[in-house]
Ligand binder design. Sequence first.
Ligand code: FES
Length: 71
Amino acid sequence: MPDGLVIFRCVCFDRTFAELKEFTRAEPLSIEQITARYGCGGSCKLCRPYIQRMLQTGETEFREIIEVATD
Ligand code: FES
């Protein structure tokens, strides 16, 4: 893992954004569907804006704090 702050997973459900991205490769999923199936984004919700960004850009590692959901 690179040095410094890297946000790369949903801590509550122990799923990396790379894993979630892989799931959306097989079948396009909305963030609501990801939450319903895997839980991610449905507990503390801190990962939610990162999952949204992942769905928009394909990024799976983040070096910045994203506080606000963008949908
Ligand atoms: S970190 Fe994903 S729901 Fe808490």
